[in-house]
Design a protein around this ligand. Structure first.
Ligand code: GRF
Length: 198
């Protein structure tokens, strides 16, 4: 068996990007093995698909921790207990603190529904519509200590049509996200293996 990067996905909700990553690892030549899915919400829908795929899941609810740091430490602990080497954020709606981000430097990636650096933050699609932008898109990037600011890995443009509303635009962006996130995973894992930093 070829060497694979042991990968975890962190979610908060639907998990359609998580699903795209899992399916791509099953069907495409990506040197990643999705070993763990962590959700910060027990009702995160993506947990159901992950379990159906036989992937180990963990629920770490942020409300149960008295500080952001303690929450981050628990996530770090569970990742390390599972020998995880790479973490993909996929609709994970909690900001991870600087200590965590530094520990996982260049091993922590995210997908964001805009062409960064435009429209950072939790409402990127609404913000693009409100700004009457003609073009938006999606971006994968390494995570650093500043929100939606780390080194960009891949981007894909989406044209905003005059009759696009939130649902239509979200759907168009999601379709492309489901392509670029698996491509990103492949690029990052191949680089980790090539540089022998497994
Ligand atoms: C995606 O649009 C992603 O860019 C953003 O959160 C959304 C998650 O969607 N970070 P899903 O849960 O993967 O369907």
């Amino acid at each position: 068996m070829t060497n694979k990067i042991k990968t975890a996905i962190l979610i908060s909700g639907k998990g359609s990007n998580m699903k795209a990553l899992i399916q791509a690892c099953q069907n495409q030549n990506i040197p990643a093995q999705i070993d763990l899915v962590i959700a910060n919400k027990s009702q995160a829908l993506g947990l159901i698909f992950a379990r159906e795929c036989g992937i180990k899941t963990a629920i770490i609810e942020h409300q149960k921790f008295s500080s952001r740091q303690l929450f981050d430490q628990e996530i770090d602990k569970v990742l390390r207990e599972n020998n995880i080497e790479l973490v993909c954020l996929a609709g994970f709606m909690r900001v991870l603190g600087a200590d965590f981000v530094k520990k996982w430097s260049h091993r922590l990636i995210n997908i964001h529904p805009s062409l960064l650096p435009d429209f950072k933050g939790a409402n990127a699609i609404v913000d693009a519509l409100n700004a009457k932008a003609k073009i938006t898109g999606c971006t994968t990037h390494f995570v650093n200590e500043f929100v939606d600011s780390g080194e960009i890995i891949l981007q894909q443009q989406v044209i905003i049509e005059d009759d696009d509303n939130f649902e239509k635009l979200s759907q168009k962006i999601h379709q492309l996200e489901h392509k670029i996130y698996p491509q990103t995973l492949k690029i990052v894992c191949e680089k980790l293996l090539k540089n022998n930093i497994k």
